[in-house]
Design a protein around this ligand. Structure first.
Ligand SMILES: O=C(CO)COP(=O)(O)O
Length: 133
């Protein structure tokens, strides 16, 4: 499965802690991230991620392009609900594409954990069927 990990600055610590807690599950998958998030996760874990540009420079849109091509299976995007982002349109576009393509998308830690546990139990394997279509 291809999984994208993204977090706004005030949520970086949360995504690093999440990645450490679920490193075993995550290591079995192909991981992607926006620039700074990916760097922070790689510094704290032994996970390897493909890093795109930083979010404000287009990283969300690069991940969006993978979704549009049906190349991404799960997004964990810990958004900062209390800080305005200069690239808000890119973030909304990413959410919208996930809805268009029915891609599981977690925007907070509670949902992220539910999705990672579902991933571990194989409950997202329907994505493999979608790939074959
Ligand atoms: O801004 C982001 C997502 O919208 C995240 O980008 P970084 O991971 O580069 O901080």
């Amino acid at each position: 499965m291809k999984i994208a990990l993204i977090a706004h600055d005030r949520m970086k610590e949360e995504i690093v802690n999440l990645s450490m807690a679920y490193e075993g599950i995550l290591s079995e998958h192909e991981l992607y991230a926006t620039g700074t998030t990916g760097l922070r996760i790689m510094e704290a874990t032994s996970l390897t991620l493909t890093r795109f540009l930083s979010g404000p420079l287009g990283g969300d849109q690069q991940i969006g392009a993978m979704i549009a091509r049906n190349e991404m299976d799960l997004i964990i995007f810990l958004r900062d609900p209390l800080t305005a982002q200069p690239h808000e349109p890119d973030i909304i576009a990413l959410l919208r594409l996930c809805d268009v393509h029915k891609i599981p998308f977690a925007t907070n830690l509670g949902t992220a954990e539910v999705l990672l546990k579902a991933l571990e139990r194989g409950e997202l394997s329907w994505r493999e069927i979608v790939h074959k279509e």
